[in-house]
Every structure is written in C-alpha cells, then in structure tokens.
Design a protein around this ligand. Structure first.
Ligand SMILES: Cc1cc2nc3c(=O)[nH]c(=O)nc-3n(C[C@H](O)[C@H](O)[C@H](O)COP(=O)(O)O)c2cc1C
Length: 305
C-alpha cells in the first residue's frame, strides 16, 4: 500500500507525526528510531523569545492519561533556527508550532518561520490551556481566532497554516469554521482538555498551577468525536490527535475523516512508539484490505438518531 498523504503544500510519506511538545525538537528522539521515516515532525511550541515555562511540579499522572502545565517552555525561535533545525534530517518535513501573546506577535513569528526554507508548515497553537496570556483565549473566541489566523496566513509567505483547535469550547465546529473562513490551510485537533488532580494528604493541587492539560488514552473518545464533527463541518484537511497509542487508534481517526494524525503522550510511555507505529499502521491497513487512504478516510457508517 502507498501510505503517502497529499496535503495542500505538504506531502507526508505516511500519516504519522509526533505531536508538538511531546517530541522535543526531534533530535532528542533520534536514538530511538530513524527520524526520516516519520510523516513529518511537529516541534515543541516556539515563541519569539525563550520561555522558562511554569513552576514545578508540572506533570501529574492520572488513570489512562497525564496532566501537564509545562507552560510552553522553549529556547525561542532564534536558537531553534540556529542550533536545532540544521541538525534535523532534510528528508522529513518540519512543522513549526507557534505560540504568541498577540496577533502582531503571531505575525512576527510567522514571518520569521515562514522565511525559513526548512520549515514545511506552521501550526498555530491557539489552544494551550497552561499559559496565562495568549494560548487558549485565542482559541475560545471565533473573532479572536480569525484575527490570529489572518495575521499568520498573511505573514507565512505561502507556507501552509495549520490552526490547532482547543477542545475546551462549547462547539468546536464553530471554531473550525471560523479558522477555515479566515484562510487556514488545515486544522489540527485536539489540544489537551483542562483538568485537575489533588492530593488529599497535602490538601494541595498536584500541579503548581492548580490546573493543567489532560492528554493520553483518557481523551481519545472526546478527540474522536470532535475530529468526526469537524471533518463534516469544513472542507479543509484535518489532522487528528488525542490519545493515539496503537495502529488501531490511528485508523479510527482516519475512518472518521482525519488525513493524518499526531501522536503525543504515547512517546512518554514508549519513546520509540511513533517509529514502530509507521510499520504497524501500514501492516494493519493492508490486513484490512485498504488499498489507498482515499478508500477509507471518512468512510464511517453514519447512524440515524
Ligand atoms: C507535555 C506536553 C507538552 C505539550 N506542548 C504543546 C505545545 O508546545 N504546543 C501545542 O500545540 N501542543 C502541545 N501539547 C499538546 C499535544 O501536542 C497534543 O495536542 C495533546 O497532548 C493530545 O495528544 P495526546 O493525547 O496524543 O498526547 C503538549 C502536550 C503535552 C503532554
């Protein structure tokens, strides 16, 4: 089976992409597998200036998932471009994940990254629940989302712009339509769900920030429901994520309409997971008699209710 995925302005060898914030800058995982085998690499969220992130503790394990409040710690775009990007293999498309605190700052960052030949696409993080300014507040108001999307599209120098949606909204399809209308090339979803863990002995929250973002298998049913709904609401391609750990999970997201997937928390469970998934997804698709993604993508039987 030819596993190639053709997206606007972006071709992937296969649909497997490590999710932003869970795969470092890619290089950290080179010892666990061949980075060139991945469909693309989505790097840790980048901001114009370096960020220290939130105070510790900022990770808490929960049944079937984890809570994090990293707060977009990163080296800043300049250090990334000078010290990380040159060492990533040229064969694999690199998706830069952007975080900023205003539409103007988003545009400036998109301009810097858009000018960089090695960056294949920009993913706009308007959905991080763990930062006080920016982040999810842009992803919860359709007008703010449109302003940010327009600003990034205008500055991206023709690079595909993926808008990453938050599940922490009443109607994610309204946000998806807003991003599409503002010129997004693609959408990705879902980011983490806001959650909390507390300790009855210390009587304190387990995260220094009180709340954090829930990811991992616990969120997969929510993610599938939202990817399914968004794929029916828009005409642009959708990259699905949320709790993907197995080849079955990947095919479930493609069945509900996703063109590709991102794999996040699974890399904390097993750092070689994204690499082994590449072969497993192909083998499972062939076992199921799938000859091309177009025969299977979005082919979920509809139910009447
Ligand atoms: C530790 C951690 C850091 C993350 N950092 C980012 C980030 O910088 N930018 C972003 O858009 N999403 C970030 N995310 C969200 C993931 O990319 C993904 O949307 C989410 O974890 C759901 O997928 P999963 O259940 O496979 O982990 C982060 C998630 C985790 C667990």
């Amino acid at each position: 089976m030819d596993t190639t995925v053709h997206l606007p302005g972006l071709t992937l060898k296969n649909p497997i992409i490590p999710a932003s914030g869970t795969f470092g800058y890619g290089l950290e995982f080179a010892r666990y597998g061949d980075l060139r085998r991945l469909g693309a690499i989505c790097v840790k969220g980048l901001s114009l200036k370096p960020r220290e992130g939130n105070p510790m503790p900022r990770i808490a394990e929960t049944p079937c998932g984890m809570l994090n409040s990293i707060g977009l710690q990163n080296v800043g775009v300049e250090v990334f471009l000078q010290q990380k990007l040159p060492f990533l293999p040229p064969e694999v498309p690199i998706i830069a994940n952007l975080y900023a605190q205003s539409p103007e700052e988003f545009a400036e960052l998109a301009g810097v990254l858009g000018a960089e030949e090695r960056i294949a696409a920009l993913e706009v993080n308007v959905s991080c629940p763990n930062v006080r300014r920016g982040g999810v507040q842009f992803g919860q108001d359709p007008e703010a989302l449109q302003t940010v999307t327009r600003a990034v599209v205008a500055a991206a120098q023709g690079k595909p712009v993926i808008v990453k949606l938050s599940p922490n909204v009443t109607d994610i399809t309204a946000m998806a339509r807003a991003a599409e209308a503002a010129g997004a090339t693609m959408l990705s979803l879902i980011n983490t769900l806001t959650g909390m863990a507390v300790d009855i002995r210390t009587r304190a929250p387990r995260l220094a920030t009180g709340t954090g973002g829930l990811s991992g298998p616990a969120i997969k049913p929510v993610a599938l429901r939202m990817v399914h709904a968004v794929c029916r609401a828009v005409d642009i391609p959708v990259i699905g994520m949320g709790g993907i750990v197995s080849a079955e999970d990947v095919l479930e997201f493609i069945l509900v309409g996703a063109s590709a997937v991102q794999v996040g928390t699974a890399s904390f469970m097993r750092p070689d997971r994204v690499f082994t998934l590449v072969d497993e997804v192909q083998a499972l698709a062939e076992t199921l008699g799938i000859g091309a993604w177009e025969e299977f993508r979005g082919c979920l039987k509809e139910v009447s209710r």
